[in-house]
Design a protein around this ligand. Structure first.
Ligand SMILES: Cc1cc2nc3c(=O)[nH]c(=O)nc-3n(C[C@H](O)[C@H](O)[C@H](O)COP(=O)(O)OP(=O)(O)OC[C@H]3O[C@@H](n4cnc5c(N)ncnc54)[C@H](O)[C@@H]3O)c2cc1C
Length: 143
């Protein structure tokens, strides 16, 4: 687990995070340990939100180091992806294997978890938001 670093601003540079620092974890065990310590923590995505929705007075946690290859379940037409993986990366992975998501947001840089947590929409007035494609999540709690 990294030491807390200054957080800085959101992607647009229009919002300065108030959190005490940002930590990067490299395994689920580290994340679980951090949550178990009882400190106030919040996951940080790709910082594309324009307001304080991703902020905390405690610590922000970056999950980008929790990498993993997406796993496609062809029979059930599902893909399991790391929460911080961007739609751009997921799209490329799926496209190279002949698959695609039903809809995409306007930015390839946003993370799946961040987009779903904020109700990001894609295109088309009759399509549901991107979160509608989610059929399950892995929740990391304290030990
Ligand atoms: C140029 C631009 C264009 C945009 N266009 C659109 C648009 O067309 N339509 C639209 O709907 N939105 C749009 N947005 C908003 C954008 O889609 C959302 O702000 C973005 O999806 C948030 O994702 P993020 O990865 O940046 O998350 P962050 O902003 O970093 O975090 C957002 C929320 O997700 C939570 N979170 C992040 N990662 C995790 C995780 N691993 N586990 C649990 N919670 C997590 C955070 O705690 C926070 O509550 C736009 C934003 C920009 C900058």
């Amino acid at each position: 687990m990294s030491k807390p670093e200054p957080v800085g601003a959101n992607w647009a540079g229009t919002y300065q995070y108030q959190a005490r620092g940002v930590i990067s974890v490299s395994s689920k065990e580290e994340l679980s340990e951090l949550v178990s310590e009882g400190r106030q923590v919040r996951a940080l995505g790709s910082r594309h939100s324009f307001n304080d929705v991703a902020d905390t007075l405690g610590l922000l946690v970056e999950l980008g180091a929790l990498k993993g290859q997406p796993i496609i379940d062809q029979e059930r037409r599902r893909v399991t992806v790391p929460s911080s993986m961007t739609y751009g990366a997921v799209g490329e992975f799926l496209e190279s294997r002949g698959w695609a998501l039903h809809n995409l947001g306007s930015l390839p840089h946003i993370s799946g978890a961040g987009a779903c947590a904020t109700g990001t929409h894609g295109s088309g007035t009759t399509n549901q938001s991107l979160a509608a494609a989610v059929c399950g999540i892995e929740l990391i709690t304290g030990r």
